[in-house]
Ligand binder design. Structure first.
Ligand code: ATP
Length: 303
């Protein structure tokens, strides 16, 4: 069953339409990256999924029901919007216990989620003394208390160091491997490249792309092929005769468009030309993302 279904979702604040007729689904068993530049409407969408903001139009359901129709929300969806939202004067264990008890969840879940997030040794310490990475783990532990099938994380790696980022990434992937639906928002494509299986990209509240990560990577190819050969001059003429367009790249490399790497390889073999490199060029994911969203960035930098 589709875990999260967003249909025609629209949110206006006064005259501003911050989420504009957005439709997408979040499926179980994969990490869906929810990407968009700052101000694109990601947080507002997540708030509507969680019933924290009312849609102006459209609907969003979790497992077929609106959030406010879920009898025990924490057993169906876990969400972390702001890892800082923890009482600093509470011990990690007590923070989780309070959450569990107030939601009618059994105490043993507290120990289970502490172990799962590697916090068992610091369970008795005050959350106020935690590093950002530890607070993030504590926040994630809280989302797991009800063992939900759907998890939502809003910019979970913001401000974390490399080790913290790696931990969060691996953790999201392990949750998806268990068959859970994981929705993770980010304004950084590079974060998503290593975490997400699927991407939903928005800009100015509108859907820009809803695609598998590998399709997104393929779309990033700009279609050129980098070729190196000891005699670039004569191979350039042969390529041009075969219909390709060739320009000179760095260090006498040839940047060829209009032919695939396979066709170029065959031509070289046919002509008896030695190649020392034959590499299809791809724009980086970050470049593809910037290109896709450039028209929808709220405030363009002025150079
Ligand atoms: N309660 C509100 N009242 C008025 N405008 C709001 C409100 N909440 C958000 N907005 C506006 O809606 C737009 C989208 O904000 P939102 O926080 O959803 O974007 P975002 O994609 O999550 O970006 P960020 O990563 O910067 O949080 C912004 O222009 C923001 O100023």
């Amino acid at each position: 069953m589709t875990a999260i279904e967003v249909q025609g979702l629209t949110k206006r604040y006064g005259p501003e339409t911050v989420v504009d007729d957005l439709s997408f689904t979040v499926e179980p068993g994969r990490v869906t990256g929810f990407l968009g530049p700052n101000g694109a409407g990601k947080s507002t969408t997540i708030k509507m999924i969680l019933g924290l903001a009312a849609p102006t139009r459209g609907s969003v359901t979790i497992g077929g029901r609106r959030y406010d129709e879920l009898p025990a929300p924490m057993t169906e969806v876990g969400a972390l919007l702001d890892a800082g939202a923890v009482h600093g004067s509470r011990k990690a264990y007590d923070h989780l216990l309070a959450l569990a008890v107030s939601n009618g969840l059994p105490r043993h879940r507290v120990d289970e989620v502490l172990t799962r997030t590697g916090l068992e040794k610091v369970a008795g310490k005050l959350a106020g003394g935690f590093s950002l990475g530890m607070r993030q783990r504590l926040g994630i532990a809280g989302t797991l208390l009800g063992d939900p099938r759907v998890l939502i994380f809003d910019e979970p790696v913001n401000g974390l160091d490399a080790e913290g980022i790696r931990w969060v990434r691996d953790f999201m992937r392990s949750l998806a491997r268990e068959g859970r639906a994981v929705l993770v928002s980010s304004h950084l494509m590079s974060e998503m490249a290593q975490t997400a299986d699927h991407l939903v990209v928005i800009g100015q509240g509108r859907l820009i792309a809803d695609t598998g990560i590998s399709e997104f990577m393929r779309a990033g190819g700009d279609g050129t092929v980098l070729v190196r050969t000891p005699d670039p001059g004569s191979f350039t003429r042969q390529l041009a005769a075969a219909g390709a367009t060739v320009r000179e790249g760095l260090e006498s490399a040839l940047v060829v468009s209009g032919m695939t790497s396979e066709e170029i390889g065959k031509l070289a073999a046919y002509q008896g030309v030695a190649l020392s490199e034959l590499t299809p060029q791809r724009a980086s994911l970050e470049e593809t993302f910037m290109e896709l969203t450039k028209d929808s960035v709220e405030y363009q930098g002025v150079v």
